[in-house]
Design a protein. Structure first.
Length: 273
């Protein structure tokens, strides 16, 4: 709802309710009141876009200060809640992509056939090489699924290193601000970790053999583009792009959907007490 229409957002109505309860029942102005006010604060910061939070955060704090008798949520409480949210989000994203078919059956992140094969795909299938194409397609995505699990530890290290400045930027930034933070902090490390795992996994699941078979078939087709590219780099890049896309979706869910806040701390911080 827009304040310009004379209607206050629901969160501000909750603040007024808390204040009224505190005045009517001074003996209950203890920890439960503080937790409720804290939930409203973090819900606003996490779910609302940055410009809205900045515009109305001052009014919100006034309401909370009234409810709590002049005190406001500490920076430590806010940062701990954010870190817990990011732990849940990164864990979910890695879990989604690393399970079987996490890449292969998700059209958003499935690693596509290289351009040279796509251009010759109709000709290759017509020549009876459809099985080789399908095996190559599957094996690339299987290699990405095997490479994904170590990303969780790198994300957790970045969360531990997060300072108050990082936290405020994420809370008040874009809806994918945390994902941008992880890209900046972990992309280089993730590539170093993923590439050797992808290389090994491709050998185990048959990517290299499928690649060699298709390359031989392409070379036999007049004027067809040859597969002269770094296969390890191609699959690693596709795996990382898919991982960060799923991380952005998890971040969006946690910002907007209370049901996505599944840990005890998140329920305490974000839920109504």
């Amino acid at each position: 709802m827009k304040e310009g229409n004379g209607v206050k957002p629901a969160l501000f109505n909750d603040i007024e309710t808390l204040s009224a309860c505190a005045q009517a029942n001074p003996q209950k102005k203890g920890e439960s009141m503080k937790r409720s006010a804290m939930a409203i604060t973090l819900f606003l910061l996490t779910c609302w876009p940055g410009h809205q939070a900045n515009a109305q955060f001052g009014d919100l704090l006034k309401g909370i200060q009234k409810t709590l008798g002049g005190s406001s949520p500490s920076e430590d409480e806010i940062v701990r809640g954010l870190k817990e949210a990011l732990q849940v989000g990164t864990g979910n994203a890695v879990g989604v992509v690393s399970r079987e078919d996490g890449y292969y059956k998700n059209p958003k992140i499935r690693i596509p056939l290289p351009g040279s094969i796509q251009k010759a795909e109709k000709v290759l299938r017509a020549a009876g090489y459809g099985k080789e194409i399908d095996n190559f397609d599957l094996s690339m995505n299987r290699a990405a699924e095997r490479a994904a699990p170590p990303a969780k530890a790198l994300f957790l290290n970045s969360i531990k290193e997060m300072n108050i400045g990082d936290a405020k930027k994420i809370l008040q930034g874009k809806e994918n601000e945390a994902t941008l933070y992880f890209k900046e902090k972990t992309s280089g490390q993730l590539e170093q970790v993923f590439k050797p795992i992808v290389h090994t996994a491709m050998s185990e699941v048959g990517v290299t053999r499928s690649y060699q078979d298709l390359d031989a078939k392409l070379r036999a087709i007049p004027f067809a583009e040859k597969m002269s590219f770094d296969l390890d780099q191609y699959v690693t890049k596709g795996a990382l792009e898919g991982l960060f896309l799923m991380l952005a979706e998890e971040e969006k869910r946690i910002r907007q959907d209370p049901a996505a806040r599944v840990s005890d701390l998140l329920k305490k911080v974000f839920g109504q007490q």
